[in-house]
Design a binder for this molecule. Sequence first.
Ligand code: F6P
Length: 539
Amino acid sequence: MNLDAWNDVASQVEAMKKTNLRTLFKEDPARAGRFTVEAAGWMLDFSKNLITPKLMRKLIALAEASDVKGWIDKMFSGSKINETENRAVLHTALRCRPDRPVYVDGKNVMPGVRATLERMGAFADKVRRGHWLGFTGKRIKYIINIGIGGSDLGPCMATMALQAFSKRNIKVFFVSNVDPTHLAETLRCVKAEQTLFIVASKTFTTQETMTNAKSARDWLVSELGDEKAVARHFVAVSTNEEKVKAFGIDPENMFGFWDWVGGRYSLPSAVGLSLMISIGQKNFQKMLKGYNKMDRHFQTAQLNRNIPVILALLGILYNNGFGAQTYAVLPYSQYLSRLPAYLQQLDMESNGKSVDRSGRRVNCQTGPIVWGEPGTNGQHAFYQLLHQGTKLVPADFIGFCKTHNALGDQHDKLMANFFAQTEALAFGKTADEVRKEGVPEKLVPHKTFEGNRPTNTLLAEELTPETFGALIAMYEHKVFVQGIIWNIFSFDQWGVQLGKVLATTVLSELKEPNVPMLHHDSSTNALIRRYRATLGRRQ
Ligand code: F6P
């Protein structure tokens, strides 16, 4: 991180610690308007943050000193900013207008993007209209997406988010865990004759996905009694045609994407096929339009009016200036239940790094721990700590003015809770206010709320494919900006490798019929022996 620019921010943080949100709101009646920005159907009210106009200017200066604008241009123009993998980072091309060329290594990638979208659309239509038939001639009623990480969390989260736009007579399931329970329990809900498996894996080598895919194929063949059934019940989404062929899926039934799309950024690529079957190609296109609107905003808006940039800077303020270890994502929308899980991968896999772009130890704290649950559920579980605990937990509150499910005044109640929570967190309740209510002195400290707990409010008119796409793009770009400022590479994920390699060795030791030679530490050796003994394997 640029420490000169950061030190300017830090000096303002010290000033900020001497005041609070009550005072700041009292002193500036225009504060809410001053700290509100709108783009792509979203309104960000960031006035309930621990900021002053001066502190915001210092944060913007930090972004400028880190050349955020320059990096944005590099990303959109296809530079290989994923240096450790020598790749461009062009998920934005997936939602670009197809007539605008985007070049990687001198080649326009847009015709390929358009062709894949068209093939996906034609396939999704066939399945939705009942024209793609299973091996025994029945229409498809169940989709099972087999994938993990970026090949699961995105489509799974989005299919739930856009359920209101879905074709309700097609049920979409997501199997990710190598725990056999995940697949087995899912298979109990479907009929082989009417099930289509989408095997989604960028590399087509991921242990969990390939294992589940093989078990699913064995199940299908045994249920339908013919190997030939696989061709009607399995399609693949991958960048690796060779491996798809080797698995036994005809490349005709493969939907490709490219190495310049990171797994956790791949929802708008062919990885979204399950979503497209659920909501249809028109709604999928609307989602891409929403992504694109936020992309345009990010690319063109001034830094101080730029929603992803502002969110990134506020996150850095708490992470680096106030020592916050975590931040909470609190969607007041049951449809967005899986958003926190999705953002965990997006943020923690991108910015969970401790060396900088030159390979040296970073000079600052990097990515936070991301967590959250939908409101109002969280209010009855962990909000106690948010209000009165010793830890500062900045939070994003996300909600919609209109509901898809009008039931009495339920939506009003939901949103009343949303607005009341950010108010309570910001302004709390003083000891004097508690006393005035006649609370006995002994209980006053317990019923006092310090307040001054920062939140962002993200509000849109309605959850639609467009506002949804814009929301996801907003977070993608926020994470990117934070990585730029922390001077780390956000688009690789080398930290997932070691565990994968060790698991291969341990697996062979668990399964080895003879007594295996164990060369681990005493704890790991003992665990392996215990497992083998429990299953009656030789010791
Ligand atoms: O192990 C992490 C990871 O590589 C993620 O980055 C990725 O989204 C996930 O595994 C799945 O990878 P694939 O799509 O290649 O199966």
